[in-house]
Design a binder for this molecule. Structure first.
Ligand code: AMP
Length: 213
């Protein structure tokens, strides 16, 4: 049995064509079903639905053999115990710094101001501002980062940006791009050895079927 860990939403949707290329069809729609384990048309393949930030943990500890996780999530997790053979080039977005429309970020940075930054991505943000030599106090949040500057709780946020619509809707502007993000295939290191005959062909098909840029 091969267990694949996916998160609902963009990653699930954009992984479906890769599974289809391998002849795998998920038999239930996660938006309609409340099941956490979804069967596929192959008796030896199943999908488990977990939070995006839990995918690396499930794969690391063998709850799943393989998974699809964003680079953002992998950096925050640390990648320990995971084999990362493939950039799937799906669910693309970037990690950016954003501030309220009226806030002069460049000036604040030039002045050496100490910034309070709200984010779920504390490892990425810490590394980025340390490299820049900007002093920051990081406030860890688990969602709705956009709200932090609007309520005066933070000067800036570090968050994922795709179309920019969420920032615009909340009167925030992107002032710096920290890194490009796409989803990676992650594999449990022991499973890769023990289930090589099933996993290798799957990894090869994903490599061929994933978008080319
Ligand atoms: P957008 O409005 O298209 O810029 O999307 C921004 C919102 O979607 C933010 O709340 C992000 O956290 C979330 N988001 C964007 N891209 C991704 C992604 N690839 N994976 C997970 N969340 C994302």
């Amino acid at each position: 049995m091969i267990t694949l860990a996916l998160s609902k939403g963009r990653i699930f949707e954009e992984t479906l064509p890769l599974l289809a290329a391998a002849g795998i069809e998920v038999l239930e729609d996660p938006e309609k079903s409340r099941k956490l384990i979804l069967p596929t048309n192959r008796a030896d393949v199943r999908v488990v639905l977990v939070r995006a930030s839990d995918v690396p943990t499930y794969v690391q500890f063998g709850g799943a053999d393989i998974g699809v996780a964003g680079k953002d999530v992998l950096i925050e997790h640390g990648g320990e115990g995971l084999y990362q053979p493939l950039d799937l080039k799906i669910a693309k977005c970037h990690v950016s710094v954003a501030v309220p429309a009226g806030f002069d970020y460049a000036y604040a940075v030039r002045q050496g101001a100490r910034l309070r930054v709200a984010t779920k991505y504390t490892a990425i943000a810490r590394e980025f501002f340390a490299q820049k030599g900007v002093h920051v106090d990081l406030v860890k949040l688990y969602g709705s980062m956009e709200l932090a500057p609007l309520t005066g709780m933070a000067d800036a946020i570090v968050d994922l940006v795709s179309t920019g619509n969420t920032l615009r809707a909340n009167n925030l502007v992107e002032v710096e791009r920290i890194m490009e993000i796409s989803s990676q295939l992650v594999v449990n290191q022991a499973a890769l050895r023990l289930k090589q005959a099933q996993l290798r062909p799957l990894i090869d098909v994903f490599a061929q079927a994933s978008p080319k840029n």
